[in-house]
Ligand binder design. Structure first.
Ligand SMILES: [Fe+2]
Ligand SMILES: [Fe+2]
Length: 416
């Protein structure tokens, strides 16, 4: 359509006043931000590899959706001071209960069969019934959120079928029913649905959810967890090949960095929104790095999934405060890799010595991502710690010493 720049149905009165729109968008924002935080809390406890990767991707996509909503809401005569508010205690209860999911299936069914499909339906309705000219900026942001939600829900259905094929089933139905009941009691995603004055009950969140001290991996499909690097077995006696394959495995095992960042996101409360937004990207980058390794190993026919899985980044640091955990990763490891040029050297090794085009490309982008992460460390670690960067670097140095001592001990025990 040529007229109205292609906006269809421009003459119809829309269903959303400014006031109503602001209320509804606040609910959407809250749902994305809470899903993201609860997913972070769940990650160290989740087992299935694909679910773990999906959680990291969807944390990033939820953060992007929330970011767009945070820009739009103040345009609707709404103070930006209200952006951190919880819009509905029943939605809050739903999220507090959600984080207590006790299995991969409970989490997957509640998120991908209940909450995200309801969000998708609400956004489609909003897109359709809002006045098409006045609310075009909302329509545009919802278009992106809808595209992500469609992919998430379709992927979630495949995931759930896979989980049901080998994990214990049964308990997830009651949990999904509980979560659905909470959402319905809140009048659904937009709050416009039928509501009952009977308030829902709290079943699991009487006690605070505690993230675990040891991260989990899927013992039915993967080797056990380990604090020592195990690479791949039975490689030819070729130093270049051995270094290359170890590099692939180290990338694949960056999942443990995802767990660490997830723990920081969940445990560190009351930071500015930009902190969580940046860490959502950070966690997704580390999950992408894990897939770099997975893809390189699979391209060359290595069975990585049956190998023991390195979980030190999370496990060794788990008892530390989030500020020390993030300083360990972003300053100790990531800024450290810039100082030693380790990332540049890995890239050059893959290009010049291993002559492995896929790993060359992965390391090229890995290096670029790590520059971003070192900058995130310099931006946020001092704020988390309440100290100058110079002091944070001293903290990171101590935490690295502690970490390497633990990992070397595990390595010695493994080779004895
Ligand atoms: Fe990484
Ligand atoms: Fe990184």
């Amino acid at each position: 359509m040529l007229t109205y720049t292609g906006i269809e149905n421009p003459l119809a009165v829309g269903a959303y006043s400014i006031e109503r729109n602001s209320v509804v968008l606040q609910r959407y924002r809250y749902l994305h931000e809470s899903l993201f935080r609860m997913a972070a809390g769940q990650l160290p406890n989740r087992e299935n590899w694909d679910l773990r990767l999906g959680i990291c991707r969807h944390i990033y996509e939820d953060a992007e959706a929330a970011q767009a909503l945070r820009k739009r809401i103040p345009e609707l005569r709404t103070s930006s001071n209200l952006l951190g508010r919880e819009p509905d205690p029943r939605l809050t209860l739903m999220m507090e209960e959600l984080v207590h999911a006790e299995s991969d299936l409970e989490w997957a069914v509640a998120v991908y069969e209940v909450i995200r499909p309801a969000m998708l339906e609400a956004y489609r309705e909003h897109q359709r019934f809002t006045q098409q000219i006045v609310d075009q900026p909302t329509i545009r942001l919802l278009k992106h959120a809808i595209a992500d939600l469609e992919e998430q829900v379709a992927w979630g259905a495949e995931l759930i079928a896979d989980l049901r094929s080998y994990q214990d089933t049964g308990a997830e139905a009651a949990f999904a029913h509980h979560i659905r009941g909470l959402l319905e009691s809140a009048g659904g995603v937009s709050g416009g649905g039928e509501r009952s004055p009977e308030m829902p009950r709290r079943l699991r969140s009487h006690v605070a959810y505690a993230i675990p001290l040891r991260s989990r991996r899927d013992s039915r499909r993967m080797g056990g967890t380990t604090w020592a690097r195990t690479g791949m077995d039975n490689l030819a006696d070729d130093a270049v090949l051995r270094r290359l394959v170890m590099m692939m495995r180290v990338r694949q095992e960056e999942m443990t960095a995802c767990d660490l960042i997830a723990g920081v996101i969940y445990s560190q409360q009351h930071m500015p929104w930009d902190f969580y937004y940046d860490l959502a990207r950070h966690i997704w980058d580390e999950a992408r790095h894990a897939m770099f390794g997975q893809a390189a190993l699979e391209a060359d026919g290595y069975d990585w999934i049956g190998r023991p899985q390195y979980t030190s980044d999370y496990d060794v640091n788990a008892e530390k405060i989030p500020a020390a955990q993030y300083a360990w990763l972003s300053i100790g490891i990531e800024e450290g890799a810039m100082i030693t040029q380790a990332k540049k050297k890995e890239y050059e090794f893959c290009r010049n010595e291993a002559k492995h085009p896929l790993m060359e490309q992965f390391q090229d982008y890995d290096w670029a991502d790590e520059i971003v992460h070192a900058n995130l460390g310099r931006k946020w670690s001092p704020e988390l710690m309440g100290e100058e960067l110079v002091f944070v670097r001293e903290v990171a140095k101590k935490e690295l010493e502690h970490f390497w001592a633990e990992v070397s001990k595990a390595q010695r025990e493994r080779t004895q």
